[in-house]
Write a protein that binds this ligand. Structure first.
Ligand SMILES: [Zn+2]
Length: 191
């Protein structure tokens, strides 16, 4: 079931790993199912670079799932974001190194290119909180709820969460954010 969506999840999982947006088993990707039963999300403990279709599990809106595999530890913010942003169908959480470096150096994520300013909008920054915690999930969900134009949130010392109408759009935002972070860091060398 959902084979086309799972195929897309595998494609963007591998792409995220190949572009070094994650290491080891970090990062998680999900999509809303077309029948709105819940979401398909990566199982916990699976490397995005090695993920295959059976590593994506169906979780309903109450957090229930079948089978032995557990959903990613960040399941709570994934489920919550879809509820406060009904127009989106995909959530991507990654650890891109340049974005993380900027989140440590500054409390504000600067957008320097015209493309990013037009495409990404405001980027709320979530304080340092334990990965997988209820507190982190609450901050991420509130950030997307209170900033309905935002397509990205930065987690200080941790990573990014991007959203989109589909997987491709959510991934492009993540890619653009990391590209922007690289330019910001290059600019620091020129100044
Ligand atoms: Zn993480």
């Amino acid at each position: 079931m959902y084979s086309e969506l799972k195929n897309q999840l595998v494609k963007y999982s591998h792409r995220s790993y190949d572009k070094e947006f994650v290491s080891m088993t970090s990062g998680n990707i999900s999509v809303r199912t077309p029948d709105d039963k819940g979401i398909l999300i990566k199982a916990s403990g699976v490397c995005l670079g090695d993920a295959s279709e059976q590593d994506y599990i169906l979780v309903d809106w109450y957090g229930n799932y079948a089978g032995k595999k557990k959903p990613s530890i960040e399941i709570n913010f994934h489920l919550g974001i879809y509820k406060v942003r009904p127009e989106i169908n995909s959530v991507i959480h990654l650890h891109p190194p340049h974005c993380i470096a900027l989140s440590i150096a500054s409390d504000k994520f600067p957008l320097v290119t015209l493309t990013a300013k037009k495409t990404i909008g405001k980027i709320p920054m979530v304080p340092v909180l334990e990965p997988g915690s209820g507190e982190l999930a609450q901050h991420v969900i509130e950030s997307f709820a209170q900033n309905q134009d935002s397509t990205a949130v930065v987690l200080k010392e941790h990573g990014i969460v991007t959203i989109g109408q589909d997987l491709t759009k959510a991934f492009y935002i993540a890619e653009l954010l990391e590209h922007e972070a690289k330019i910001c860091l290059l600019l620091k060398h020129l100044k």
